[in-house]
Ligand binder design. Sequence first.
Ligand SMILES: Cc1cc2nc3c(=O)[nH]c(=O)nc-3n(C[C@H](O)[C@H](O)[C@H](O)COP(=O)(O)OP(=O)(O)OC[C@H]3O[C@@H](n4cnc5c(N)ncnc54)[C@H](O)[C@@H]3O)c2cc1C
Length: 379
Amino acid sequence: MKNILIIGGGTGGCIVANTLAKKLDDDEAQITVISASEQHHYQPGWLYVPFGREDARSLTRPVRSLLKKQINLLIGKVEQLDNENQQVILDNGDTVTYDYLVIATGSVPCPQDIPGLSEGGNHFYTEKDSFALYQILQEFRGGKVVIGVGGLPYKCPVAPLEFTFLFEEFIKEKGLRDKTEITYTFPLNAVFNIPSVAEVAEPILQERNINIETFFNLEEVKADEKKALSLEGTELDYDLLIMIPPHRGVPFLQGHDIADAKGWVKTNKQTLHAGDHKNIWALGDTTDIPISKAGSTAHFEGPVIAKQIVADIRGQELGEDCVYEGHVMCFLETGYSKASIIDFDYSSPPVLKAPNALMHYQKMAFNKAYWYLIPTATI
Ligand SMILES: Cc1cc2nc3c(=O)[nH]c(=O)nc-3n(C[C@H](O)[C@H](O)[C@H](O)COP(=O)(O)OP(=O)(O)OC[C@H]3O[C@@H](n4cnc5c(N)ncnc54)[C@H](O)[C@@H]3O)c2cc1C
């Protein structure tokens, strides 16, 4: 009887746990999920909370309700990974051992990494912050608004663009467009790091009279003076600053041997093994694989790990489907009830269709169907 331990009860952790529970017999393995939170958040819904289009409370369900009943769930925070002894240590001092370990601990927005950003900036990347931004937008009466990406990497790379489009629509509906100047910033020399996405997004920003500041690497926010300063020497005045903070992996991984200083697990981009460890895998946001940190990434990675573990337990050969090919799929909301879809893998860059109403309504439907299609999936 093997012990499979999965750290994280988010998108990736639930998919791996449920897939394993479906494939393995009860006498083959004990599957345990450790989650720091009792709740699983549908984070893509936070994009809509500031505009009053989603209620943050409806984007949450208990992790327990998403896991098959034979999966053991422990609520607690892993504080230490002792891979030599194949165990993790929790914040209450308990030790949990494993034969196989899957790390699915996600990523953490870190506004504290940029001086002044916590004081001067807002964002929608946590439940609390998306609701705080809702309250700010309720009071908003016009002014200079700077929306952008405060540092790389960050999860759901298109969300800042989507937010910019939805914000423009929102203030137009409120009759404040004439009183509002919007500036979108991005750290690279384009409005997005994937050229085909930038080619679709840039003309839309221009049509909607949204200023573009590329090569804007946020260095400091002077909250008292309401100024955002970039490494390149650009200074932007703002009345409202919405900046996605740079992200890190979770604290117990920062500087651990299997991760880098920022906590991104050194992950084989095909097998998803953590470094040379044959019994440790990572998926979702926590990996250092240079692709989008997205729920869809975790969704396509999960089965690859589950199949490897099952094959190892049963002494079977690995099939061709035990390799992750870099599949990512995300919607791109462009406002005014239109969206496009971005679908790619390591060998095929995305080709985007013109934004249309069908894609927008597919995304709306997916937002509701998430609970039945993704964390509970057993592929
Ligand atoms: C505003 C917004 C919009 C987004 N839109 C999209 C989208 O349209 N499409 C898309 O594909 N993705 C989107 N995403 C990204 C998506 O939500 C994440 O990429 C996805 O949730 C990553 O899954 P994960 O399993 O890696 O991490 P998470 O789902 O974040 O789960 C991490 C889990 O680890 C647990 N954990 C953390 N630390 C510890 C610890 N020390 N001990 C124990 N447990 C721990 C947490 O409690 C949690 O259960 C969006 C994200 C945001 C914020």
